[in-house]
Design a protein around this ligand. Structure first.
Ligand code: GUN
Ligand code: FE
Length: 439
């Protein structure tokens, strides 16, 4: 009995990619119940329906004005960059050299890395993010630190040690052989352990020699269930650098293609400035793009053309890209995504946006058999969301008469202040102490 509990609130989750006209692909219960047992979803439905089947509503903790949604999933984020957020005045290459690389140098110290991992995970949880695909640093001990803290909280996480053997400060460089050894050791130790998975993480082509990229390709082919994450076509100066470093490559994506780094488990961050050939090749190989709206705006990288990618059949996930990105909140991230698409005459419906941040990202990361919605038997990762934590949201939500309006106001105005509790495997891993309903 201790292992089972029920919450009653408004509940939204997705069963498929939503069709906003047919109103399919999602379930919304204005008065819903979520039953969790042994860390897994036991049941979800309307209170009325459950009562008809003999369920006793008195066992529920009741939040009539709150919304329960599956935990957010962040497909591209850098854990050593929490304190790089809001570093002034540079675009990608200078930002890396001036702010990011110096910050990452500190992670050779395991204790420092453990404290930083703890802070980073707390920040994700207070933003309602329960799963992420994470870059650590070049130091294997920083990857160990991240996995140890994620394991302690029982979180589902994907992470990997960054590989760089050129064009970064000496203190941040590995070699082909140390990168191979460290990565394989980390895979053996952590991949598939509890809820953790490994991602091979060559930072991006400018910081790896062709020999290192070839080695990563070998590891990727030899470990078919691991992921691969890197950056692609984010910034114009970066692309010029690629042309110098890899003059024989047809385009940027071709560099990764040459070393067998494309595929279903390959997540390419950004992908803003892509040719038709590159987009078609991504689609053909089921490789995917992580859309990082706040980062793309903050670093002045450019506007991702979502419709162009999706029309070509490329899977696109959404991500914060902390610390190029400016917020841990997937809600804020979706709001910036909306504005980026507005500038291109595209729209982002709140149902689609919230789908992307939950089931969509779970599918992209091939975790939708475990997380992403409230299908019976899935892992109970979710948040209790306050729809009106501020005056403006309260006022705006009072006027919202339709679900879409409620969700759009949440997506455009919401952030960590809306997250009242976060649960992982049915365990409360974050609770907002200053939130109104707990006073
Ligand atoms: N490209 C290579 N490294 C990075 C990074 O740390 N952040 C971003 N946004 N782009 C990168
Ligand atoms: Fe990034």
């Amino acid at each position: 009995h201790n292992n089972s509990f029920a919450l009653r609130a408004k509940i939204l989750h997705f069963t498929d990619q939503p069709d906003v006209h047919q109103r399919t692909g999602y379930e919304y219960f204005a008065d819903g119940v979520l039953v969790v047992e042994n860390g897994l979803i036991k049941q979800v439905g309307s209170a009325e329906e459950l009562v008809k089947n003999g369920f006793d509503l008195a066992v529920c903790e009741h939040f009539p004005e709150h919304l329960i949604m599956p935990g957010f999933i962040d497909s591209h984020i850098h854990y050593p960059q929490t304190n790089v957020i809001a570093s002034y005045g540079e675009q990608l290459m200078d930002w890396l050299n001036q702010y990011t690389f110096p910050a990452e140098l500190q992670y050779s110290d395991k204790d420092f890395a453990l404290k930083a991992a703890e802070q980073f995970i707390q920040l994700m949880l207070e933003n309602g993010t329960t799963t992420a695909m994470v870059y650590t640093t070049v130091f294997a001990q920083s990857t160990e630190a991240f996995f140890e803290v994620a394991q302690k909280y029982g979180l589902r996480m994907i992470a990997g040690k960054v590989m760089m053997d050129r064009n970064a400060p000496d203190g941040l460089l590995d070699t082909v052989e140390t990168a191979r050894q460290d990565s394989q050791n980390l895979i053996d130790k952590w991949h598939g352990k509890d809820r953790l998975s490994y991602a091979l993480t060559p930072r991006f082509a400018p910081t790896s020699t062709p020999e290192q990229l070839a080695m990563v390709g070998e590891l990727y082919q030899a470990n078919p269930s691991v992921y691969m994450q890197t950056h692609l076509s984010e910034n114009i100066q970066e692309m010029e650098f690629i042309k110098q470093l890899f003059p024989e490559a047809k385009d940027y994506l071709d560099v990764y293609d040459e070393y067998d780094l494309l595929g279903q488990r390959s997540v390419f961050g950004h992908g803003i400035h892509l040719s038709d050939d590159e987009i078609n090749r991504l689609a053909e190989t089921d490789s995917q793009i992580a859309f990082c709206p706040t980062s793309n705006l903050f670093l002045g990288s450019g506007l991702l053309d979502l419709a162009r990618l999706e029309d070509a059949g490329v899977t696109v996930s959404v991500a914060t890209d902390i610390g190029g990105g400016t917020s841990f909140s997937l809600l804020r991230t979706l709001a910036e995504a909306y504005k980026i698409l507005q500038l291109q005459g595209q729209s982002l419906h709140p149902l689609k946006a919230l789908y992307m941040a939950t089931l969509g990202n779970a599918k992209a990361l091939q975790l939708d058999d475990k997380i992403g919605n409230f299908t019976q038997g899935k892992e109970a990762d979710f948040s209790l969301i306050n729809l009106s934590p501020t005056q403006i949201q309260k006022s705006r939500q009072q006027q919202a008469s339709k679900l879409d309006e409620t969700l759009f106001a949440l997506m455009m105005l919401g952030d960590e202040h809306n997250i009242e509790r976060t649960y992982s495997m049915g365990k409360m891993v974050y609770s907002c102490h200053s939130c109104a309903s707990q006073e």
